[in-house]
Design a protein around this ligand. Structure first.
Ligand SMILES: *Cc1c(COP(=O)(O)O)cnc(C)c1O
Length: 451
């Protein structure tokens, strides 16, 4: 399925729904009009013929023939609130991830909040996490009135640096919230070892890491709980949707109770309402869409991995392009995004922004990804909130000191050098991957003219 070039309006509409918070293009962004007389060597931005003028596989994929029967059945049944279809989705998802239990939720953010609640993470607690993530990770910690503590990243893998966890641990540290960002697995064996030594809970943010694995064990099954998102842009798109997985029955019963107004569930017993709860139940039509999307996930994931491996092999040869590294033992990544690091010095000083524009001009959409979120105004706003002022000692609320303690220079550097491509590009064939390589090599040859 090839997507035609998208109109600007459609482009804006589509990018505004990405769940990762950065502008990404799903198709090609109007490269200079293909003219047979144009030469192919001049950069497209300077009037040459773009390497590629056709689009990329569209996302999300929806096939009315195979995908709509269950959805229509749900719509016509009148049973739209949580019931059997959600349970079926949960059973299948737990099976795929390899955990005992799964609980569907409205979205990934609420999955994270619910998992933290089930582990009794709250006001006065510190949670270690990565600054290289989507804001929802940090929001979930703050919605529990806990304090996010940022651990610097390892730029080669784009993931939290497990070697830097211990130096951030204080008597108030209660949990580690690793994120398998971009769909590449974080170093879970190392993270779990630190958690075990210091008796910390582990909640995995798997909101970009469906079916990613280390030594054939899937992300979400390493921690006390794993949280997934099925938002529109994600690799299993439902529009909105989320899930928590775990092997811990009591934890999952608490999560269930919390997500259902605090009603008793399983080992959470009593009459009436037994805990202060919320309501973030997955709906039947969400589950019906999810069941259809789940059918494609394994095959697409394999294809993304094959194409990513090929792309890394080729891109490695271009000076100034450093493909991401996967941790030892990684047997599969999810590749929500395909990342590499860009060095302007090898491109005659061509800035990353101009490189990205040039790549888009050649018909290869990409973006610069995340900005540092450990230095944005929402943190100070949270620190000045009533609940923070009532929950933390004055020293802990010294914002200058907090900022100092939470500096992450490696992450700052990573946010300047990262380049991402959206996962739909990895659903093409080898010639499509060759187009990406050709476009970047062409920009490299002509960097001096584009500066
Ligand atoms: C998408 C995402 C979330 C939030 O999921 P929603 O379903 O959009 O609420 C959380 N963390 C990360 C890393 C994400 O990419």
């Amino acid at each position: 399925m090839q997507k035609q070039m998208v109109s600007r309006r459609e482009f804006i509409q589509r990018t505004s729904v990405t769940g990762v918070g950065a502008a990404l293009t799903l198709g090609a962004v109007s490269p200079a009009r293909a003219n047979p007389l144009q030469d192919t060597e001049t950069p497209a931005l300077l009037g040459g013929k773009p390497v590629r003028s056709k689009g990329w596989p569209e996302w999300p994929i929806w096939n009315p023939k195979t995908d709509e029967e269950r959805v229509i059945e749900v719509l016509r049944s009148g049973v739209w609130s949580r019931a059997g279809v959600v349970k079926e989705f949960e059973n299948k998802w737990a099976n795929l991830i390899g955990t005992k239990r799964c609980l569907g939720t409205t979205n990934g953010t609420h999955a994270l909040i619910t998992a933290l609640r089930a582990l009794d993470i709250g006001a006065g607690d510190e949670v270690l996490t990565t600054p290289y993530t989507f804001i929802a990770t940090i929001d979930a910690i703050l919605m529990r009135n806990a304090m996010p503590i940022f651990v610097d990243v390892d730029r080669e893998t784009f993931q939290i640096d497990a070697n830097k966890l211990e130096e951030k641990i204080t008597p108030n540290t209660k949990a580690i919230l690793p994120v398998h960002i971009l769909g590449l697995p974080a170093d879970m064996p190392a993270i779990n070892a630190v958690a075990k030594k210091h008796n910390l809970a582990v909640v995995e943010d798997c909101c970009q890491a469906w079916l990613a694995e280390i030594n054939h064990q899937r992300m979400g099954s390493f921690g006390d709980a794993g949280c997934f998102s099925f938002q529109n842009s994600k690799n299993i798109p439902i529009g909105e949707g989320g899930a928590i997985v775990s092997d811990d029955d009591h934890l999952m019963d608490k999560a269930y109770s919390f997500h259902n107004f605090g009603r008793p569930h399983g080992s959470v017993q009593g009459s009436g309402y037994v805990m202060a709860g919320t309501k973030c139940r997955m709906a039947e039509y969400q589950a019906a869409i999810g069941l259809a999307q789940m059918e494609r996930l394994e095959e697409q994931t394999k294809l993304r991995n094959e194409n990513a491996a090929y792309l890394s092999e080729q891109l490695r040869e271009i000076p100034g392009i450093t493909p991401h590294r996967l941790f030892n033992g990684t047997t599969q990544a999810a590749y929500h995004l395909y990342p590499f690091r860009y060095d302007p010095a090898a491109f005659q000083g061509l800035s990353r922004g101009k490189f990205i524009s040039a790549a888009r001009g050649e018909g290869v959409p990409c973006s610069g990804g995340y900005s540092p979120i450990n230095a944005m105004p929402y943190l100070q706003e949270a620190f000045s909130s009533k609940v923070f002022r009532n929950s933390y000692p004055a020293e802990a609320l010294d914002f200058e000191n907090y900022k100092e303690r939470n500096q992450c220079p490696e992450n700052d550097q990573l946010t300047r050098e990262a380049v991402w491509m959206f996962h739909n590009l990895l659903l093409g064939n080898q010639q499509d991957m060759d187009d990406i390589v050709k476009a970047i090599a062409k920009i490299q040859r002509h960097a001096g003219e584009l500066v």
